[in-house]
Write a new protein. Structure first.
Length: 394
């Protein structure tokens, strides 16, 4: 198949798990509807809200886990040792999930494709030639599994890098991204930097035909050579290089012109401070204070819903509606981070309710000292962020 074929570029959103989204994020727009009572309770952890704020301000990260003797595990796994294979699965699962997430844009669909990757790897274990290339071998299988998943989607043109035009886009919790920071035992592991995981990048990547997308990620994110990328995708080097140049040109056109210094891999102290002010204004339902934090050209989107609010005037009306008389209840927000961007997890206390219930995630893109973009998601992925379904009144 031609790697630059236009036929490759039309993809439909994957089906989301569990049917329609949970507690809605749209009712404050026009006063209609209310959060679903009860929300999602099962399996969600308790949270110390004050501790979450302190950890966010400090930028705490979890400790790394040692990799162990990979070569011995690879040898045993390829010989048919299921226990050794399970060890390798656990070791590489997170970074392969991030890779599939970049390819697909969906946290949940990436989970399914990673499981498919490991099934294929087990079935094909006899084809692994040995040595230290097991990780690259898994990436090749995962990349092709993603391409197969994209081919299975119904065709639908994606014409904009706005999240409003990528309805399957989902956020990725930083707490999980931090699991794959490079360690001494895994020098080939790639830390997940903001430049290649932010929502603007993910949305722009979804514009690319699948093979262009794969080449771009293998070359510019993972740092593979032209030959390695071409071999993984069964392309000639010339075809792979052509696909890469086309992909880079599209990305230059679609990414925001004003981008931060990407040397940091997590929200800066200034961004964390801005998020806390965003949270404070939201909890006080202070319309003026909220709007004062935003750029004149702010954009708000709410995937999977096709709504786009461009500019401070449009967004001001949205904020006024969210904090106006149509909204009955009180907000409580918890700071977190997604896609290396500051993020607020919102809970709503409805009149007469006994607790605050999970409602939405606001992922912020910051330019200078103001909010340039807000991408709002429902509460579906709260468990993956380590966030509970409810917060107590006290």
């Amino acid at each position: 198949m031609n790697p630059d074929s236009d036929a490759d570029s039309d993809v439909e959103a994957p089906a989301r798990r569990g049917g329609p989204p949970g507690p809605g994020i749209l009712w404050f727009m026009d006063g209609g509807g209310r959060p679903a009572p009860g929300g999602r309770e099962g399996g969600m952890p308790d949270i110390d809200e004050s501790a979450a704020v302190a950890a966010f301000v400090a930028g705490d990260e979890p400790a790394a886990v040692a990799a162990g003797d990979e070569l011995a595990a690879v040898a045993a796994a390829t010989a048919g040792d299921e226990s050794a294979f399970a060890t390798l699965v656990r070791r590489h699962e997170r970074e392969l999930h991030v890779h599939c997430y970049r390819m697909l844009g969906s946290f949940e669909e990436a989970e399914d494709v990673v499981q498919e990757t490991f099934l294929r790897a087990w079935d094909k274990r006899g084809t692994f030639e040995g040595g230290s290339g097991f990780r690259a071998w898994l990436y090749r299988i995962a990349t092709n599994a993603c391409l197969d998943a994209l081919r299975r989607r119904s065709r639908r043109p994606v014409t904009s890098s706005s999240p409003s035009e990528v309805p399957w886009l989902q956020p990725y919790p930083d707490r999980l991204l931090n699991e794959i920071a490079p360690r001494e035992e895994e020098p080939d592991a790639v830390a997940v930097d903001r430049e290649t995981i932010e929502l603007a990048f993910l949305a722009a990547v979804q514009l690319l035909p699948p093979r262009q997308r794969a080449v771009l990620i293998l070359r510019d994110v993972l740092g593979w050579s032209a030959g390695e990328s071409a071999e993984a995708l069964d392309l000639t080097v010339a075809s792979a290089n052509s696909a890469l140049q086309r992909a880079r040109a599209t990305m230059r056109e679609q990414l925001p012109r004003r981008r931060l210094d990407w040397s940091t891999s997590e929200p800066s102290a200034e961004e964390r401070d801005l998020l806390l002010r965003f949270i404070d204004a939201h909890e006080r339902a202070d319309i003026a204070a909220s709007i004062a934090l935003m750029r004149e050209d702010i954009r708000v989107t709410m995937p999977p819903h096709p709504f786009l609010y461009d500019g401070i005037e449009a967004v001001s009306g949205l904020v006024a509606n969210a904090f106006g008389p149509a909204v009955e209840g009180e907000w409580r927000l918890v700071p977190t981070s997604a896609n290396r961007q500051p993020t607020a997890a919102s809970y709503l206390l409805a009149p007469g309710d006994s607790c605050y219930r999970a409602f939405k995630l606001d992922v912020l893109r910051v330019e200078g000292d103001k909010v340039a973009e807000i991408t709002t998601f429902d509460a579906t992925l709260f468990p993956s962020f380590g966030l509970p379904a409810t917060l107590p009144l006290s």
